[in-house]
Design a protein around this ligand. Structure first.
Ligand code: QAP
Ligand code: CO
Length: 167
């Protein structure tokens, strides 16, 4: 097991589009375990492989209080969506920033397990928001890029200022 390094916005590598996973082997199992460990120790509720500079379609999520309900999504796709929800989101790649984002309220998801088995499920509220947020990462998108240009520019200035401080 290992803690992986998390990229911070505005790292250009966060804009990479991830490729589908085609090999379901022990290496993938190990990588998923490392992603989960990294998310738990952050602590966070969701992490996409893009955020640890691995450009493969892998997401881990755990919304449980007890941190023992790990959801692993390999090659996730949203096959249905409806409704609208506004939720205050954060991101391990954008520390200290929380902003309201509009998303679909209910989605249907098709994904694969770490063994390659395909499964489908419905999600709503926070789980639906989190899946959409993580899928955006796999497509090279970060939540603050969904905000108005004014809000985005303000956040970008703040992040750059904070980065200068921590150098
Ligand atoms: C994505 O985000 C998410 O700024 C997961 O200082 C979040 O786990 C989707 C975190 C909210 C939907 C709603 C953020 C930790 C964790 C920070 C996270 C921070 C420390 C964010
Ligand atoms: Co994120």
């Amino acid at each position: 097991m290992a803690i992986l390094n998390i990229l911070h916005y505005p790292d250009e590598r966060l804009h990479t589009v991830a490729k589908p996973v085609t090999v379901f082997d022990e290496h993938l199992q190990q990588f998923v375990a490392d992603m989960a460990e990294t998310m738990y120790q952050a602590p966070g509720i969701g992490l996409a492989a893009t955020q640890v500079n691995v450009h493969q379609r892998v997401v881990v999520i755990d919304l449980s209080e007890s941190k023992d309900e790990l959801l692993v999504l390999i090659n996730p796709e949203i096959i249905e969506m409806d409704g609208q929800i506004t939720y205050e989101e954060g991101c391990l790649s954008v520390p200290g920033i929380y902003e309201e984002v509009d998303r679909a309220e209910r989605i249907k998801v098709r994904a694969q397990r770490v063994n390659g088995e395909t499964f489908e499920f419905a999600a709503d509220e926070l789980l639906a928001v989190c899946i959409q947020h993580e899928l955006d990462h796999l497509n090279g998108k970060v939540f603050i890029e969904k905000l108005s240009r004014l809000k985005f520019n303000r956040i970008l200035q703040k992040l750059k200022k904070n980065q200068r401080k921590t150098l």
